[in-house]
Write a protein that binds this ligand. Structure first.
Ligand SMILES: [Zn+2]
Length: 94
């Protein structure tokens, strides 16, 4: 997605910096509030947790599942900040 804001173009994309997960997954039992251990990048362990939780508590069958993702906005070509970033050689943490 690109947007023109105050005559400068910006681009929105996924945060791909070192250490940034593509997603953090978790789930909470609606019945008792028990929470799965959140996991980076993989939702399978959370799904397995929900199945085991229902297996141990057969009346607990509804979960609130969450997936957090991270974005970064960067200056597009022609945006004065892009030239500034290029002049510095690397984007400094903001
Ligand atoms: Zn439960």
């Amino acid at each position: 997605m690109r947007a023109l804001i105050k005559a400068a173009e910006w681009t929105l994309g996924a945060e791909t910096g070192e250490g940034a997960p593509s997603g953090i997954y978790s789930a909470e039992c609606i019945t008792c509030g028990a929470q799965a251990q959140p996991t980076d990048n993989e939702r399978l362990p959370v799904e397995v947790w929900a199945l085991k939780h229902t297996g141990l508590n057969p009346t607990h069958r509804q979960f609130k599942a969450t997936a957090e993702t991270f974005w970064r906005v960067t200056p597009a070509d022609g945006n004065p900040y892009a030239e500034q970033d290029n002049a510095q050689g690397a984007i400094q943490g903001a």
